[in-house]
Design a protein around this ligand. Structure first.
Ligand SMILES: [Cu+2]
Length: 90
C-alpha cells in the first residue's frame, strides 16, 4: 500500500453520515439546494433549526415537495452539508 492510498483510505473513513427528520421549506432545483426545518441531529449535537443543504444529485429533489415531512441523510464536506438521501415519510 502506497502512502497516498493510506491517505485516501483515512479520508473515506472520516465521511460520517448523519440522519434527521425535517419539513421541506423550499426547493431550489437550479442551485441544487433544499431548505429544511430539521429536528435535532444527535450525531452533530445540533438543535432543531431551519437551514439550507446542498443536494448530491438533483434527482433526489424530484420525489419531494414543499411541506413534505422527510427523513434524510447527509454528510459534511468542508463547510457544506450535502444531502445524500431524502424521502417523504408520509
Ligand atoms: Cu441545522
Amino acid at each position: 500500500m502506497q502512502l497516498a492510498d493510506i491517505a485516501i483510505a483515512a479520508q473515506e473513513e472520516m465521511v460520517v453520515s448523519h440522519e434527521g427528520i425535517a419539513t421541506v421549506k423550499a426547493i431550489d432545483m437550479n442551485q441544487g439546494i433544499v431548505k429544511l426545518a430539521h429536528g435535532p441531529i444527535a450525531s452533530l449535537k445540533w438543535p432543531s433549526m431551519t437551514m439550507n443543504f446542498k443536494i448530491k444529485d438533483r434527482a433526489l429533489l424530484q420525489e419531494i415537495k414543499v411541506d413534505h415531512v422527510v427523513t434524510f441523510t447527509f454528510i459534511q464536506s468542508g463547510s457544506d452539508y450535502i444531502v445524500t438521501r431524502i424521502q417523504s415519510s408520509k
